[in-house]
Ligand binder design. Structure first.
Ligand SMILES: Cc1cc2nc3c(=O)[nH]c(=O)nc-3n(C[C@H](O)[C@H](O)[C@H](O)COP(=O)(O)OP(=O)(O)OC[C@H]3O[C@@H](n4cnc5c(N)ncnc54)[C@H](O)[C@@H]3O)c2cc1C
Length: 376
């Protein structure tokens, strides 16, 4: 399959690159060092039209597709994959509400998420249930015109910085068919912030435990029917996996560019290290891995936009792009030698960030399970 970007797509990529250069690049080293979350970035991204790319203009979106979204995320992630992750996670609840929400839910929540005035979070993982999310234990008990939620959600991106939580909770039988999805505002009494995690990387993106203690959620905040929550979350994650692949490819491109520039400049034994085959072959492999990853990601995005099955392709894109990202960033550190190990040259940060992408939104092992299931 051959991909040529159209004018809209090139324009979105340029817009995102300019946004990242102006709003993120000047702060990213300090923010990463201090674990500082730049909340106003969401509003600025919203104003720039970067958040609602895939959503309907009825709710402030741009009526564009996944391809445009992927290109935007790549550009943001080249500068900061931590902010790229936080921005993509705020759109997970938005995509679920857009797909399965009532008109009233869409009108109430989508414009605020698209403009960046409100931040979203996706609450599936629990302390005892990660990959096996269908066994989640948070409960939502119906009491007349409302539900009462109790439970703990673990490793939630954006944490209590978020205003709108999409929470998967058990309303019925054991297993994934007993799960429903709820829109819960963080300000609701009983929603409490737990442990704020200290992480290996992506420190600009908060990751926090969220506790639900007798949280009263009105019936109108249930997303679609009882028992459909796990399927809705899985569908959102299929799209989310394309986003994570795009973020991985952004990091890989930044690492590759840095390694090429360094290899051309750094001299040892009287010539640039690029002239040693041992280095140039490494760079050739890095470039090839990235190209393959991007093509898989574009293919998954294309299939989603064309309303074709894309679940297996999304898992392939996520698996390949994140595994390649781990390898490319590790090789970039090697090409830069001792300097690569130092914070100043940023490739060590890319390597730490790559690791996270192999775990979130389904680990590499879980992607292989999805791909293998597709063979039956
Ligand atoms: C920085 C960060 C941000 C996150 N943000 C969010 C968020 O916003 N919302 C959210 O809901 N979650 C979030 N998560 C959670 C993330 O999705 C989970 O960590 C992930 O799904 C894995 O779950 P787990 O950590 O419980 O690992 P486990 O499921 O316990 O897995 C441990 C190991 O066992 C392997 N494994 C498990 N089952 C199988 C199997 N059947 N076959 C082969 N291997 C298997 C896994 O691949 C892994 O290597 C985040 C995690 C991180 C690190």
């Amino acid at each position: 399959m051959h991909f040529t970007l159209n004018e809209n797509q090139v324009a979105i990529a340029e817009l995102a690159a300019k946004f990242a250069a102006k709003e993120i690049a000047p702060h990213v080293d300090a923010d990463e060092a201090n674990g500082f979350f730049r909340k106003d970035l969401f509003r600025k991204a919203g104003e720039a039209g970067l958040l609602g790319i895939q959503l309907s203009s009825e709710f402030g979106g741009s009526d564009l597709g996944t391809m445009e979204y992927v290109l935007m995320l790549e550009e943001i992630a080249k500068v900061s994959s931590g902010y790229g992750t936080s921005l993509s996670v705020t759109m997970l609840p938005a995509s679920m509400i857009a797909k399965a929400g009532t008109q009233a839910q869409k009108e109430k929540y989508l414009p605020a998420l698209v403009s960046g005035e409100k931040i979203g979070a996706f609450c599936l993982t629990e302390p005892q249930n990660g990959s096996d999310a269908g066994s989640l234990q948070t409960t939502a008990v119906r009491k007349g015109d409302h539900y009462v939620l109790n439970g703990v959600k673990q490793f939630i991106t954006n944490g209590m910085q978020a205003d709108i939580l999409l929470v998967m909770a058990r309303t019925g039988q054991a297993g994934s068919k007993g799960v429903s999805a709820f829109i819960v505002e963080t300000k609701t009494p009983g929603v409490k912030g737990g442990k704020l995690e200290k992480k290996m990387g992506m420190r600009v993106s908060p990751t926090q435990e969220i506790l639900f203690e007798n949280v009263v959620v009105p019936l109108e905040n249930r997303l679609s029917d009882e028992g459909t929550g796990f399927t809705a979350a899985k569908t959102a994650l299929d799209g989310g996996r394309i986003s994570i692949a795009a973020i991985a490819n952004g990091i890989s491109k930044a690492a590759l560019d840095r390694a090429i520039a360094y290899a051309k400049e750094r001299e040892q034994f009287g010539k640039p290290i690029m002239e040693f085959q041992g280095v140039s072959f490494t760079l050739a492999d890095m470039a090839t891995e990235l190209e393959a990853s991007r093509l898989l990601t574009f293919q998954a995005a294309y299939r989603k936009d064309e309303h074709m099955d894309f679940s297996v392709q999304a898992s392939m894109a996520k698996l390949k792009s994140t595994e390649s990202c781990m390898r490319i960033t590790t090789d970039a550190v090697q090409v830069l030698g001792g300097y690569g190990y130092m914070e100043e040259f940023q490739v060590e940060r890319y390597m730490r960030e790559a690791k996270m992408l192999q775990i979130v939104e389904g680990t590499s092992q879980i992607q292989r399970i999805v791909i293998a299931r597709g063979m039956k």
